[in-house]
Design a protein around this ligand. Structure first.
Ligand SMILES: [Zn+2]
Length: 420
């Protein structure tokens, strides 16, 4: 057998690995982006992985062949802070909604206990920073839909005590006190009870999340809330006109009050051609959801699987256009050009949405950092987008709650902070 020749490609690969190729050039940028990404707090504000905790075939601690999030892939992608979303069908109301939400919150806690070397619960921004300093992944909880309060304002406090850090005011349907962006207006935004709930969220340091709510609900919440708002997973209407996305005017208003929009990676939120083609095939998001719920009931795992099967088939048949992960960066950049780098972050919707090509799961996240660095973003601005903006908003909400005498924003026990 002839000795293996040293190909120019191999030499280049070795030089790149040693950081010796093209000083100041492309490989230098890649190395800088890698170092920046893996030293930052990378906080994702919306992941539907919680639904998978109830599936026999899934384990958070091992690499799964499907889905978007598990601990090995989070480590690979440098995702070190995550909001696991609590979600149930918006037509379930009252005490059954509370019971199902508590089931899911318990499942998040159980998973953290199962993987203590990797995960730790976080309730405050400081908890997240401490977890990062200890090399752990900070786990936070967000409740995606006001219907899970069971129309009982006392549940805000109870959820806050259990670690819930944001509540989305409404989901797919209007709830008892807030209008959704995908339902017929019933309350003209927030009812008086809804306004009391927003005040109670401020008092408990729970972020007011306006992803999925109607424009009027957004404006009511913006006017009322004494802490900045977040959109935990929404993108920009200027690029893709989806009712769940935010218009430039809304983004400006959100930013003027210190808030942050966390970009959603769902293909039909990112790309207008994809959304138009998808709507033409399914009759729009409402008809699509109805069809899926007929097939799957409230089994979110089943809904995700069926959506993916359908989309894969349409793509094979050439009925849906391709959407590249670079669209995510386009939406981030759009917000930055509009209101600066202090008001945008990442809210992937992993395990609850169809990911664009190149962002198959959370292990691909470093690509976003590299793309931002290549666009000329400073390290400080990239860190803001990756997580610091959300932490700032959390801190503001915590200060507001502390001033109101609330105790539910104490550090989580066992996370290095003391609990009185
Ligand atoms: Zn959602």
């Amino acid at each position: 057998m002839a000795p293996r020749s040293r190909s120019p490609y191999l030499v280049l690969t070795l030089l790149t690995a040693l950081g010796l190729a093209c000083p100041g050039g492309a490989d230098d940028v890649a190395a800088r982006a890698h170092e920046l990404h893996f030293s930052s707090i990378v906080l994702d504000t919306h992941d539907d992985t919680t639904q998978r905790f109830f599936s026999k075939g899934f384990a958070l601690g091992r690499r799964n062949p499907d889905g978007h999030v598990d601990i090995p892939r989070m480590r690979e992608g440098g995702m070190n802070a995550i909001f696991f979303s609590i979600w149930i069908d918006g037509r379930i109301l009252g005490p059954p909604a509370v019971a199902k939400a508590l089931d899911q919150i318990a499942a998040v806690h159980e998973n953290v206990e199962r993987y203590p070397d990797d995960l730790v619960l976080a309730r405050t921004a400081d908890d997240v920073r401490r977890a990062h300093a200890r090399g752990k992944i900070a786990v936070l909880v967000g409740v995606e839909g006001g219907h899970m309060l069971g129309n009982d304002i006392r549940m805000v406090r109870i959820f806050a005590e259990l670690g819930v850090r944001y509540i989305t005011l409404a989901h797919f349907y209007n709830d008892e006190w807030a209008d959704s962006s995908t339902d017929k207006p019933a309350h003209d935004g927030l009812t008086d009870h809804g306004k009391d709930i927003v005040r109670e969220m401020n008092r408990r340091g729970v972020l007011v999340d306006i992803s999925h709510v109607s424009d009027k609900t957004f404006h009511d919440a913006l006017e009322l809330s004494r802490a900045p708002l977040i959109a935990s997973h929404s993108s920009c209407r200027a690029i893709c006109s989806h009712p769940r996305n935010m218009s430039d005017a809304m983004i400006r208003e959100l930013a003027a009050k210190g808030g942050v929009i966390q970009i959603n990676y769902e293909r039909s939120f990112l790309d207008q051609a994809y959304k138009d083609a998808s709507d033409a095939l399914s009759g729009g998001v409402v008809a699509q959801m109805d069809a899926l719920q007929k097939l799957c009931g409230d089994d979110a795992e089943c809904m995700n699987r069926k959506t993916k099967e359908m989309q894969d088939q349409y793509e094979r048949e050439g009925k849906l256009p391709h959407v590249s992960w670079e669209r995510i960066v386009e939406h981030v950049d759009h917000v930055v050009k509009l209101v600066g780098p202090e008001h945008v972050g990442l809210g992937s919707d992993f395990d609850g949405a169809s990911m664009p090509e190149g962002m198959e799961d959370c292990s691909k996240l470093p690509k976003i950092t590299e793309a931002l660095v290549r666009k000329g973003y400073t390290d400080a601005d990239v860190r803001k987008i990756l997580g610091e903006n959300t932490l700032r908003v959390m801190e503001q909400a915590e200060r507001r709650a502390a001033a109101a005498g609330d105790a539910s924003t104490r550090p989580w026990p066992g996370n290095g902070g003391e609990r009185p």
